[in-house]
Design a protein around this ligand. Sequence first.
Ligand code: F6P
Length: 342
Amino acid sequence: MRVGVLTGGGDCPGLNAVIRAIVRKGVQEYGYDFVGFRDGWRGPLEGDTVRLDIPAVRGTLPRGGTILGSSRTNPLKAENGIRRIKDNLVKLDVQALIAIGGEDTLGVAARLSDEYAVPCVGVPKTIDNDLSATDYTFGFDTAVNIATEAIDRLHTTAESHMRVLVVEVMGRHAGWIAIHSGLAGGANVILIPEQRFDVEQVCAWVTSRFRASYAPIVVVAEGAMPKDGDVVLKDGSLDSFGHVRLSGVGEWLAKEIESRTGKEARTTVLGHVQRGGTPSAFDRWLATRFGLHAIECVHDGDFGKMVALRATDIVRVPLAEATAKLKTVDPKLYQEVGVFFG
Ligand code: F6P
């Protein structure tokens, strides 16, 4: 059997670990052949491939990014997209496709599988950890560690200059990175997209922190919004899946805090630093297990499924179910961490 593999959406630490596990088990245990598709769905759409065998995956376990390249290409929007993908799979003699991606990449895999009989298996990746049906996605742990380390470092500058330091983290419409790194890094305010925030309340927390002779760290998720009105985003354009490019709330909030409290406030936008570099040990472990189970799914002919983590087990869930709704932060969890604000 010949199996195609692609990585779509934003890159994420652990992608190479998944690819390596798929290839190692596929070749060693099942005697499969592999084809790497370049740049997410652009690869099968244009028949753009890269060699994928055991030598190609050697040494890639600790490497960030993806050896296959990635993109946010949406083949459902391309002219004759489905037809072209199907034709290319036949031409390349690919009998199964493993798509490693987030909500968008896997959403395409679900439709190809359920509506167009393309045999797909999905592997959930995203630093945002916002895919329902899996307890964790790989990449999230690394991103949280990077953000936590940044917050730890920012504390010292905040204290030395008695400034407010606002740290803007990624996560799109989910506050997972913000709440995990904010709690781990001892932030004094954590703002998440799931709950609109009151700027006056944020300023009250900032002021109470200064009153205790400490400088506040405010962690704000890029998708967080104030109660009244919207923030001005830096870019605000849409990607090919219709998602708005976020970022800008950190700058906006620092200005508001400065003008309302009279305290100097600066912003650090962590941006793509959170997606880069070597994966954490947990992400290597999770990504590797996902890869092993994904190729097992292919071997069992169990298509239209996504591998998922439930507690410590890897299970299979329907792709359609996995991409149906976003996993966001429960208000109760947010309330729980509120004891540390101010
Ligand atoms: O989904 C991962 C993610 O890093 C989000 O947290 C962020 O909003 C988005 O991707 C940024 O995408 P891009 O790198 O394409 O601008």
